[in-house]
Write a protein that binds this ligand. Sequence first.
Ligand SMILES: NC(=O)C1=CN([C@@H]2O[C@H](COP(=O)(O)OP(=O)(O)OC[C@H]3O[C@@H](n4cnc5c(N)ncnc54)[C@H](OP(=O)(O)O)[C@@H]3O)[C@@H](O)[C@H]2O)C=CC1
Ligand SMILES: O=C(O)C1=N[C@H](C(=O)O)C[C@H](O)C1
Length: 218
Amino acid sequence: MRYGLVGSTGRMGQEIQKAFVDHTLCLTVNYEGSWSDGGKPDVIMDFSNPSCLPETVRLCREHGAALVIGTTGLKDGDFEMLRELARQVAVVQSYNFSIGINALKIILANYSKFFEDWDLEIVEIHHNKKKDAPSGTAIMLQNATGRPCPMHSLRIGGVPGDHNVIFSNEGEVLSFNHRAISRSVFAYGALRAAEFAATAKPGLYSFEEVLQCSLKKS
Ligand SMILES: NC(=O)C1=CN([C@@H]2O[C@H](COP(=O)(O)OP(=O)(O)OC[C@H]3O[C@@H](n4cnc5c(N)ncnc54)[C@H](OP(=O)(O)O)[C@@H]3O)[C@@H](O)[C@H]2O)C=CC1
Ligand SMILES: O=C(O)C1=N[C@H](C(=O)O)C[C@H](O)C1
């Protein structure tokens, strides 16, 4: 697979390059500018900042490349841009490319109805360089529960990503905790999404859908 990488110099950009060692990096974008080997990428990876999205979308259109986007902090207009691009190419968008978080999304979507009258709060912990709060994952998990709830963000040390979804009533506490031990899990998930997107029909896909498709095939 030939891939482009928006945010190539960042923490995730570095992890992606390690996970994609068997593939060819042919285009990069970062604050310092862009570079290309002159050929077409099959897929473009974007782990950067929402301000890069117009350039990412332009590059996907120019090359007819699929897109895998993990950048958080997207606004309604950004999602509109992704839906528009997805008419032309496959787009996989997720605020979290770990298997555990995507399994948790399915659990919450199916079982939150049991706890409709319980209190619900989400606590997320990330490294002190993270720019956005609450995390994209916290927003995604809240959406999966089907109702708004208070979200709390801690920015400490080098934590790659911890999420706690806590339900409680007068007599019980039920909490779901996911901890990313290494940032590499996101990069390996993104690789799985890229392999899917490179051959998928145009459309906007979640990572959960990518995982469901591979379960159906096995
Ligand atoms: N979906 C998921 O599973 C995950 C998503 N993320 C998300 O990925 C994103 C990146 O995270 P992380 O790698 O930690 O962040 P970093 O700050 O380490 O990296 C950001 C990258 O984007 C580049 N960049 C930022 N703004 C611009 C711009 N305006 N023009 C060109 N290049 C730009 C930076 O370039 P330069 O180095 O030159 O400044 C850098 O390469 C975040 O939104 C984060 O929340 C993170 C982990 C997992
Ligand atoms: O910025 C990070 O590091 C992470 N961002 C994503 C988010 O905002 O949810 C995913 C992961 O938790 C790491």
